[in-house]
Design a protein. Structure first.
Length: 306
């Protein structure tokens, strides 16, 4: 058995194959078959003693079952350590019961995965009241990596106007917006957001005067319905922004929404490769190689003779 291997769900196979090449380890795709009654059969390849399961958890329900089944097969085949690399981590937003009878999905999914794997690695986990991702996964290793270094690197390569102001859509975005602005040496600000519903938000800017006559880079961690992004773009245009470009970690919105974004005044949209999407333009390979280096090194050190 090899020391380290990657096994990937089919939707992330291309990214997983590229990562395996950079790490110098084998990669195999996890096969899944759905029976007519809706049940699933999962088949894995030959595991490594340490096996990295690559699975971005957008559209998560079937994928969670696949991970559960794959982990069972991998451990029975000899894997002693399972690392879940989930560039996008599902069900993190519901971290409290906001209405009587609601399930706290973060707790349920956290406990399920903590009982299944030994380490979880994700990117820009959408945490609100939970300040440390390790609290989501009791008893195992867990980390949420920042995509901002990868985004900053990509923006430096393509070039960015030094007059650009980096804008976040709400107060929660301030940490990553300020981090990205610092790395690029740009000014930044965040919007005041009032949510009226899943697809209705009200946006205003206390720093509207500083936006007029400048290009704007709108930054968010997750874009799903797109309502916040479009409301921000319209408010920024009204405030006098010369151009509005958007960049995000996780693109969950339907690709056909691109025309609606353009109509709202967004010139370009770029996302990281955390979720396979037509807007992908920012690879996270270097981030993952660094995070997994200890897994490779720890399992390839030569044995010492007593």
């Amino acid at each position: 058995m090899s020391n380290v291997a990657i096994q990937s769900l089919p939707t992330g196979a291309g990214d997983a194959r590229r990562l395996a090449s950079q790490l110098g380890v084998a990669m195999q795709e996890i096969a899944s078959h759905r029976f007519p009654d809706g049940e699933t059969r999962v088949t894995v390849g030959h595991p490594g003693a340490t096996t990295i399961i690559y699975a971005s958890l957008d559209q998560p329900n079937d994928k969670l079952i696949a991970i559960l089944f794959a982990a069972e097969a991998l451990r029975r085949a000899g894997a002693t350590r399972l690392v879940l690399l989930a560039p996008y981590l599902c069900y993190m937003r519901q971290d409290a019961a906001f209405h009587e009878g609601e399930a706290i999905s973060q707790k349920a999914v956290g406990r399920l995965l903590a009982a299944t794997v030994d380490r979880v690695i994700t990117v820009d986990a959408h945490l609100h009241r939970t300040t440390d991702i390790r609290a989501v996964f009791p008893g195992i290793e867990a980390e949420s990596l920042s995509a901002m270094p990868a985004i900053a690197s990509a923006l430096r390569i393509t070039g960015i106007d030094p007059a650009t102001i980096v804008i976040g859509p709400d107060a929660e975005s301030r940490p990553w917006v300020s981090d990205l602005a610092r790395q690029l040496g740009l000014a930044h600000a965040v919007a005041n957001k009032i949510r009226r519903g899943d697809r209705s938000v009200e946006i205003s800017f206390a720093e509207a005067a500083s936006i007029a006559g400048r290009p704007v880079l709108l930054v968010d961690d997750i874009v799903s319905s797109g309502g916040t992004l479009m409301a921000c773009a319209k408010a920024l245009t009204a405030a006098g922004a010369t151009t509005v470009d958007a960049v995000m970690t996780h693109a969950l919105f339907p690709p056909e929404m691109a025309s609606a974004f353009a109509h709202a005044g967004i010139r370009s949209i770029r996302s990281t490769t955390s979720v396979p999407h037509p807007s992908n333009a920012i690879p996270l390979d270097d981030l993952f190689v660094d995070a997994l280096r200890n897994e490779i090194n720890d399992t390839t050190l030569p044995e010492t003779t007593p």
